[in-house]
Design a protein around this ligand. Structure first.
Ligand code: FAD
Length: 518
């Protein structure tokens, strides 16, 4: 059975016992990638349980350096999480609810530590939202059973997607493997079940005597960022200014975007020099914002309640947020993508070129292709890259350099503030043509044309590549080919490491041979 089926079975198996179990002295909410008080399903359910029983709600978050390592979580993302926890702790404290944050070295210690914590505080019920990665689903399935064995109850909820993975099937009962029909079905499902976009209220305030009962939990500070993921002082300063953390910031970013930019999203979203997208991905990844709130807020700006009608910008934006749901649906239904395997197994035999100096040039933004280099310097500098550029650099790595896309996928996770396994794997699979509903393998981005089309003035390139600041006109897209060679050389900007025409042909034949079409 797939991991989601194991978890569902564990929940079904223990259902009767969980229902019967009386609430003891406290109810516990276990925070994971859902670091917000508003519109958080498990938190709301936990709060209701505690309120009905008249006991305190207490919250826990467990930091595991090994878990960060295993998920390749970027230091900037870990730092964002730790800053968010401080804000969340304050927000919850205002409701007399403590958030206790504890560090355990190994991730396998997490379940036992949570049971210990529950026993320390006489808690009987644990609430959590589901995470869809394979290890997490398996862990949760085991935990649900282990809790039942200990006379405890663990409740796990779907929360991170608007439509839970598995809820939509094709007419013949299969899981969708193509976005467009899935999206049509997603829209129809939300229209038929509009409550899916309703918000969950923040938790109720703990009862008046609760603060004393659990006072010790309020005293503990949020730990520092684990050493293996700590930022340099200089990076921390830059990132903190660029990426304020917490759910209030998330909501104000979303509101600003819906107020000022969403109307033109359709026309402007592909131009990286224009700040025309929402930049809420870090918040959706950390769970400081829910996808429900994102979509509901956008919909409420439209003249219609329909998600696929009305203003083009709003419609398109909603369909982009839906991609996030789609890739989680893919992860849940084809969990082998978590195991380094391409969605399309027939793409497993492509003979990649393991050219270390090409890979280093790509990582460092020194390929001699300005659009690619600007994008790679953007991700290194701010932990974020514009979507168009993500596609351009991914295509360049997998096709022009014929380097295994998984090396790029990994590099992205190690650097992105919004690193999310499902979306990142989906994006790489799309660009490298090995994923679900991908770009056909013979469609190979020409980095020069992409640059001319989507950064026509060259402003994006100039912003990230100081060596090219003074290059004017069309030469900005290709300084060595368009008359700015001396200038580029003098400034230390590298010559192109490959010839696009040649590398295109090489990629076409390697793909054809790999998938047996030759
Ligand atoms: P907006 O354009 O404002 O979109 C709003 C939200 O919709 C985004 O925040 C995101 O949650 C969702 N979204 C938009 N486009 C996509 C998409 N193609 N796939 C999935 N969700 C989408 N997104 C991540 O959140 N984490 C990743 O690790 C990630 N890796 C990617 C890797 C590659 C190779 C590619 C091509 C795309 C990747 N994306 C990833 C998707 C997309 O690039 C980002 O979500 C987007 O650039 C974030 O900026 P924004 O919030 O301003 O987006």
């Amino acid at each position: 059975p797939r991991p989601i089926e194991r978890l569902t079975a564990a929940l079904e198996e223990t259902h009767a016992a969980r229902k019967k179990l009386k609430v003891k002295d406290a109810v516990v909410m276990w925070f994971k990638m859902d670091l917000r008080t508003t519109d958080n399903r498990a938190l709301w359910e936990a709060s209701e349980k505690a309120r009905e029983a008249g006991v305190p709600l207490i919250c826990i978050y467990v930091v595991s350096p090994q878990d960060f390592e295993a998920h390749l979580t970027a230091p900037v993302r870990v730092d964002f999480t730790m800053r968010t926890l401080r804000i969340l702790k304050e927000d919850l404290a205002a409701l007399d609810i403590p958030l206790y944050v504890e560090t355990v070295e190994k991730r396998k210690e997490i379940p036992d530590r949570i049971v210990e914590f529950m026993n320390e505080w006489g808690a009987s019920h644990l609430f959590a939202n589901m995470e869809y990665e394979v290890d997490e689903l398996r862990r949760e399935a085991k935990m649900v059973k282990m809790f039942a064995d200990h006379g405890l109850a663990m409740e796990v909820f779907h929360d991170t997607c608007v439509v839970s993975p598995g809820a939509l099937t094709t007419g013949s009962g299969k899981q969708y493997a193509v976005y467009t029909p899935w999206y049509r079905s997603w829209v129809a499902h939300v229209h038929a079940n509009p409550e899916l976009l309703d918000t969950f209220d923040p938790p109720s305030k703990n009862p008046p005597d609760a603060r004393d009962k659990v006072a010790a939990l309020f005293d503990r500070d949020i730990p520092d960022v684990p050493e293996n993921k700590r930022l340099s002082e200089e990076d921390a300063k830059r990132f903190h200014a660029l990426w304020p953390a917490g759910e209030h910031e998330a909501v104000s970013r979303l509101d600003r975007f819906c107020e000022e930019k969403i109307g033109q999203y359709n026309e402007r979203r592909n131009f990286p020099a224009q700040a025309a997208t929402s930049s809420i991905s870090a918040h959706l990844a950390a769970g400081t914002l829910s996808a429900r709130t994102a979509i509901r807020t956008a919909r409420d700006k439209n003249k219609t309640k329909k998600l696929d009608a009305g203003n083009e910008g709003i419609k398109t934006w909603i369909s982009e947020v839906a991609w996030r749901d789609f890739y989680k649906h893919v992860l849940v239904n084809w969990p082998y993508i978590c195991m380094n395997k391409p969605f399309k197994p027939e793409y497993s035999n492509i003979e990649w070129s393991y050219n270390a100096s090409h890979f280093t040039a790509w990582c460092e933004g020194r390929t001699g292709f300005p659009m690619v280099d600007a994008a790679m310097r953007q991700i290194r500098s701010i932990g974020y890259m514009h979507n168009r550029c993500r596609m351009v650099v991914a295509s360049f790595l997998a096709k022009d350099l014929l380097i295994d896309w998984r090396m790029g996928e990994r590099f992205f996770m190690e650097h992105l503030i919004d690193g999310d396994f499902a979306s990142n794997n989906g994006g790489w699979g799309f660009s490298a043509s090995v994923g679900v509903d991908p770009q056909p393998y013979f469609r190979i981005f020409n980095p020069l044309l992409q640059s001319e089309k989507f950064d026509p003035s060259g402003d994006y390139i100039r912003k990230w590549i100081p060596e090219l600041t003074n290059v004017t006109g069309k030469a900005i897209h290709d300084p060595y080919g368009r008359g700015a060679a001396a200038q580029a050389k003098k400034a230390g900007y590298p010559e192109p490491i490959v010839d696009h025409k040649e590398s295109r042909n090489r990629a076409l034949s390697a793909y054809k041979v790999g998938i047996g079409r030759d």
